[in-house]
Design a protein around this ligand. Structure first.
Ligand code: ARG
Length: 560
């Protein structure tokens, strides 16, 4: 679909021979709807930017129709004819519908996204919630651009802690209701293990032995217990994924890569970058600065988290020949992913730059930092339940006649938590405060959802209008129209930077603009041509807001 920005880009490309001219926004919106900074192009030509801008002005005005170019120093500003703006942009949106903002530019390219990846036998943490919400949105953003996407849930189902759990199940399994209430039971067993281990060396030995047996690959009682823990945990995780509307193309835990560990280690050894250090096998990374070596195999022969991630990345590269491979994992694992990338680099693998750690900050709940070891955790389901209950309360107060308040409360409560998670740049820490997250007035999901519902209600009341729209009445709404025209650019940039917050920021500001427009200009009960034009704007805005919310994984209610 061709938008006015595409038209500008195409004209610049044709005129200059640039492959993908980068457009920006004029600092002062009164100067234009889009801007092309001429610095780089001028540099290439060896001419002063203002001269180049002036020349381009003439050439582009001859090429463009319905768009005026105007040089301003080193910049070239573009303004879409006001009389045509409404018709052009609202026409693009109506034609695109749910696909407005999407493109096929990623076609033929593959992106692997490792996200969510909670640890078996533990409650899913808010960190995993963040990974789930951010990762799912990044996947949707790439799908919108036509990429082939592969979402992988790299669950933590391997490591010495499973030896501890199996030992704890053997010893104290009878004291809990594993089948009936799996996660709290497993948590209790985990806590119990850590309470007893200091005074009970036998328990520690049992745990070590259990993990050794697991790693040996023997399909005996230990593996059976481990398998049961995995299955019970996955059922619990699924409940949260269902509420969030998130699914995975592949659920492959760390254990999946177990059969590939030996060959992965061999591959690193064959590349000649390993060395022995106190009996362990490591890759020295001192060439990259002050960074500890990457440990591949411990003295006792067991492997590590890093070994499994190496095996996984080799496997993914071979299976998918990815163009990008993202790891949506908290910033606390920065060192781990730097080490992983440095090992690939030292091995001379040219695809190393395609591997990216998409890191994010911490979410602090009012209860303070959580610790699974001490059993101090917040259950995610409780967070979502609280949000939904609060949403239900507010809805009952504001709109007691709503038809299906339960469904809307779920959409608003869960949507509020998701939106809040995507609101700021992902590296920023978040302080989670339920009242703020659920406010209908602030920079929140419910505010945007409310705007969507408000527009939908205007559409319902207006019904079908026969009259031809009188586009001129939308002159005052030019900034809103231009914002809506930019949506595709926002999707592109958010995907490229793996930064869904660009979409949240965008949709919040669009919602604000639209709300003040609705308060200013009446849609219903005007001259038919006036109502028709304003209704088209309301419909277009509802569509764009809805499309943006969908990309974020937030429901778009038509009533609330
Ligand atoms: N399970 C890990 C954790 O909770 C996250 C795994 C992230 N993905 C990866 N390929 N390392 O810390």
């Amino acid at each position: 679909m061709q938008t006015f920005l595409d038209a500008i880009r195409a004209a610049i490309a044709a005129e200059t021979g640039l492959e993908d001219p980068k457009l920006g926004r004029p600092r002062d919106p009164r100067h234009g709807d889009s801007a092309f900074p001429c610095f780089e192009y001028a540099k290439g030509k060896g001419e002063p930017p203002p001269k180049v801008a002036a020349e381009l002005e003439t050439a582009l005005n001859a090429r463009l129709e319905g768009i005026t170019a105007k040089a301003a120093g080193p910049f070239l500003n573009f303004t879409v004819d006001r009389a045509r703006l409404g018709e052009t942009i609202l026409g693009e949106i109506a034609a695109g519908g749910a696909c407005y903002g999407t493109s096929r530019e990623g076609e033929g390219r593959t992106i692997v996204i490792d996200f969510s990846s909670p640890n078996i036998a533990k409650p899913m943490s808010v960190g995993h919630l963040r990974s789930t919400v951010i990762g799912a949105s990044i996947q949707r953003l790439h799908e919108a651009l036509g990429y082939r996407t592969v979402g992988i849930n790299h669950i933590g189902d391997w490591g010495s802690q499973f030896g501890k759990l199996v030992a704890a199940v053997d010893r104290y399994g009878d004291t809990v209701d594993l089948e009936g209430d799996p996660i709290p039971s497993l948590l209790a067993l985990y806590v119990r293990y850590h309470e007893e281990e200091e005074s009970d060396p036998g328990l520690v030995e049992e745990a070590r032995e259990a993990f050794r047996e697991l790693e040996s690959g023997v399909d005996g009682p230990v593996r059976q217990t481990w398998r049961k823990l995995t299955e019970l945990s996955l059922v619990e995780f699924q409940k949260i994924y269902d509420r969030l509307g998130v699914s995975f193309d592949l659920v492959r835990g760390e254990a999946f890569y177990e059969p590939h560990l030996a060959s992965a280690v061999d591959r690193v050894v064959d590349a000649g970058v390993t060395e022995e250090s106190e009996g362990a096998l490591v890759v020295d990374l001192s060439g990259f600065g002050k960074i500890p070596p990457c440990l591949l195999r411990k003295t006792d022969g067991t492997t590590l988290y890093a070994t499994r991630d190496l095996a996984a990345v080799f496997h993914r590269q071979e299976e998918f020949a990815f163009d990008r491979c993202l790891y949506v994992v908290g910033a606390d694992q920065r060192l781990h992913f730097r080490q992983l990338k440095h090992v690939l680099d030292r091995m001379g693998l040219d695809w190393e730059p395609k591997v990216e750690h998409v890191d994010f900050g911490m979410m602090r709940l009012p209860e303070g930092k959580m610790s699974t070891r001490k059993g101090r955790v917040v259950f995610l389901d409780d967070v979502l339940n609280d949000a939904v209950a609060e949403a239900a309360r507010v809805i009952a107060e504001k709109n007691p006649d709503l038809v299906d308040p339960g469904a809307v409360a779920e959409m608003v409560g869960v949507g509020a938590v998701v939106f809040n998670d995507l609101k700021r740049e992902r590296v920023k820490d978040i302080d989670f405060r339920l009242e703020e997250v659920l406010s209908f007035e602030g920079d929140t999901g419910p505010y945007v959802q409310y705007t969507h519902a408000r527009l939908a209600s205007i559409e319902r009341k207006a019904g079908e209008i026969e009259a031809a729209p009188d586009w001129e009445v939308l002159e005052g709404a030019a900034p809103i129209l231009v914002s809506m025209g930019r949506f595709g650019e926002v999707v592109r940039s958010a995907a490229a930077r793996a930064e869904p917050s660009e979409v949240t920021t965008y949709v919040l500001s669009l919602a604000r603009e639209v709300n003040s427009w609705v308060a200013r200009e009446r849609v219903l009960g005007q001259e038919p041509g006036v109502t028709a034009a304003r209704l088209a704007l309301a419909r277009g805005a509802r569509q764009v807001i809805g499309n943006a919310l969908t990309l974020l994984g937030v429901g778009a209610p038509t009533e609330m």
